[in-house]
Write a protein that binds this ligand. Structure first.
Ligand SMILES: Cc1cc2nc3c(=O)[nH]c(=O)nc-3n(C[C@H](O)[C@H](O)[C@H](O)COP(=O)(O)OP(=O)(O)OC[C@H]3O[C@@H](n4cnc5c(N)ncnc54)[C@H](O)[C@@H]3O)c2cc1C
Length: 451
């Protein structure tokens, strides 16, 4: 039987970057992907997000692999959220300081770049190889190919970066004391496009993430280099006044868009056609533990898939790769079980925290960003940060623009919430926010931390 040194399952964003890192350590890496090699034709997104937001944690992992300069030209910086109200009025809320941005990037192009890079370093690519079975007793892998051939091999090390429906995790599920929890949220999503204008320009400000928050549902839009925007409509599947279930025909689509997203509707000439052609996809939160068994490890979405509302799924997966690589650097390439054991122990509290934060941010984006008090709250926090940059770092900044462990950001965020809830309880806060005693707020935070 053929024997591999390292087999990485799944050539998505995380598996490709991981293979690059492993290869750079001189290891012999085989990367297996169930899909065909999409670099040769049109990239098919299969109903998955077309573009995504890349932020600091992701950039850090790319930079260490020497890829930052190659990736940068594919991105568009977004410096804040642009909130669209029901009358088409917009308000800009910066994400952080003037130079702080998250970056819109096409999933397909990004994935192609990473696979190209892996290949050029000598990673052996095996497309159209679907992992069907993993025998964890002997680290045996079984793959199927489209022509019906079954291949079996043994691998010294197996790393499963094969996403939320991981085949390696399926094998681990059959082991005793393997914990697993998954939850589909009430909402699903559908992607739609705002094309470039007739003059070939962006139809809206390209340097912002656009949000149309409407209580129990919302629309967002991210810019693309071809001057279009990819919009994502998040709606409950059923049981609400506005939900996917009630949208049956052209009239329903138009009525909902004209009522709630009129300015976006004006920019979407083929809305109905797209709406019925594009799939409606579901959103899952998934946590499991342990992530390893002997010399097999789960990473990225295979170990922690989260809802997309903090834009951290890919970023956290890239950070996984960085942390795993640091451990390999420290402990060497002959101590895989120790590396994996340390990795899961360090990383699990942080991925639990970001999964929870993503769920909580769903509520914030959906319900609160449209509330004028939310804007005031963000302004107060921005001012606190400007006056006391070390003592008050807004939660979004800690998550998006720092490498602070997610679990630490989570607990700091909870304390800040407590203090800010007291500040916002003042019925006159909308008038008085500029006259607040900011030093007192910092003192309250210090006291909260000391408890
Ligand atoms: C709507 C939406 C928007 C998002 N936006 C953002 C964002 O803005 N920022 C962000 O950081 N994250 C975002 N995410 C999350 C992000 O998409 C994921 O966290 C990321 O794609 C995880 O990468 P992965 O490589 O672990 O898994 P995947 O991207 O799922 O890749 C897994 C790969 O494994 C392959 N595979 C699966 N099963 C097998 C098998 N049995 N054998 C061989 N190959 C297999 C698949 O074909 C795939 O190529 C978003 C997610 C969604 C749903």
């Amino acid at each position: 039987m053929k024997k591999n040194e390292i087999s990485v399952l799944g050539a998505g964003l995380i598996g490709s970057l991981l293979s690059i890192y492993l290869r750079k350590r001189g290891l012999d890496v085989n990367l297996y992907e169930k899909r065909a090699d999409n670099r040769k034709g049109e990239y098919s997104e299969e109903g998955r997000s077309i573009n995504m937001a890349l932020s600091d944690r992701g950039w850090r992992a790319l930079e260490k692999a020497g890829l930052k300069e190659k990736v940068l030209p594919l991105t568009i910086p977004m410096y804040g959220r642009k909130i669209h109200d029901e009358h088409g009025k917009t308000t800009f809320i910066p994400y952080g300081n003037e130079d702080q941005a998250i970056y819109s990037i096409s999933r397909g192009k990004f994935n192609q770049l990473l696979v190209d890079e892996a290949e050029s370093l000598g990673v052996k690519l095996n497309f159209e190889h679907k992992c069907e079975e993993v025998d964890l007793r002997y680290n045996h892998l079984t793959f199927s190919t489209p022509d019906g051939i079954t291949e079996k091999l043994e691998s010294n090390v197996i790393i499963g970066s094969d996403g939320a429906y991981s085949s390696l995790r399926n094998a681990m599920l059959k082991q005793v004391r393997f914990n697993y929890r998954q939850e589909y949220i009430s909402h699903g999503y559908k992607e739609l496009t705002i094309p470039a204008t007739a003059e070939g320009e962006f139809a809206m400000d390209p340097n912002a993430l656009h949000i149309w928050p409407r209580g129990s549902f919302m629309l967002i839009a991210l810019p693309n280099p071809d001057k279009s925007f990819t919009c994502t409509l998040f709606l409950p599947f059923d049981g609400e006044r506005v939900c996917f279930e009630i949208i049956q025909d052209k009239k329903d689509v138009e009525s909902i868009f004209k009522t709630y997203f009129d300015d976006a509707f004006e920019m979407m000439p083929n809305l109905t056609e797209q709406f019925f052609k594009n799939p409606t996809a579901s959103l899952i939160n998934l946590e499991c533990y342990p992530w390893m068994l002997n010399r097999a490890l789960l990473i990225g979405d295979a170990s922690h898939a989260m809802v997309p509302f903090y834009g951290q799924g890919m970023n956290s997966g890239f950070e996984d790769v960085l942390i795993l690589d640091e451990l390999i650097g420290k402990l060497g390439t002959n101590a895989w079980e120790l590396v994996f054991a340390k990795f899961q122990k360090i990383r699990k509290p942080d991925t639990d925290a970001i999964c929870r934060l993503a769920m909580e941010n769903f509520e914030e984006m959906r319900d609160q960003v449209a509330d004028p008090k939310f804007l005031i709250r963000k302004r107060i926090e921005a001012k606190l940060h400007a006056l006391y940059p070390k003592d008050w770092i807004p939660l979004y900044t800690m998550v998006t623009f720092s490498s602070m462990p997610y679990s630490e950001a989570y607990s700091q965020g909870k304390l800040q919430d407590m203090v800010m809830n007291r500040v916002m309880a003042d019925p006159l806060i909308t008038q008085n926010w500029n006259k607040l005693d900011y030093e007192d707020i910092i003192n309250q935070m210090d006291k909260a931390k000391a408890v």
